[in-house]
Write a protein that binds this ligand. Structure first.
Ligand SMILES: [Zn+2]
Ligand SMILES: [Zn+2]
Length: 139
């Protein structure tokens, strides 16, 4: 379960050893309630009006800290565009080349077998698919 209320987020961040400042709570809340896999810029633009002292550097540093503490994960589909995700369960990402949206899909490798990797230990895996989403395909 991803915490979404200020109280629950406060508790969650503390339990991960992160001091829950207002800016950190707001940044996490944005990620937890917007499943769009936002970039640093998108988060900054969305919160800047409400948090007038917020800087882009703070957003960047907060997201780095969260990633380091396994509070969120970072997704790198394009080389120059890091996106962030509060959903830590294993899932794949589909990026639409038309609308640039990133969709989640269920993907659990643990139930399958990769033939050529017998006796290998898999520490992490990522699945990225690019294409055209259902919505854009209809237009
Ligand atoms: Zn699309
Ligand atoms: Zn995701």
């Amino acid at each position: 379960m991803i915490p979404t209320t200020a109280e629950a987020i406060k508790f969650f961040l503390s339990s991960k050893g992160v001091k829950p400042s207002l800016q950190r709570i707001k940044i996490y809340e944005y990620l937890a309630t917007n499943k769009s896999h936002p970039t640093v810029d998108e988060i900054y633009v969305a919160l800047a009006a409400e948090l007038i002292t917020l800087s882009k550097t703070t957003v960047y540093n907060t997201l780095s800290l969260f990633t380091e503490k396994n509070i969120i994960s970072s997704i790198l589909i394009e080389e120059n565009e890091t996106r962030y995700d509060a959903n830590l369960t294993h899932h794949g990402h589909f990026k639409c080349v038309k609308c640039q949206k990133v969709y989640d899909f269920n993907f659990d490798l643990s139930k399958r077998q990769i033939d050529s990797l017998n006796d290998f230990i898999i520490a992490e895996y990522h699945a990225y698919i690019k294409g055209v989403c259902k919505k854009c395909n209809k237009t």
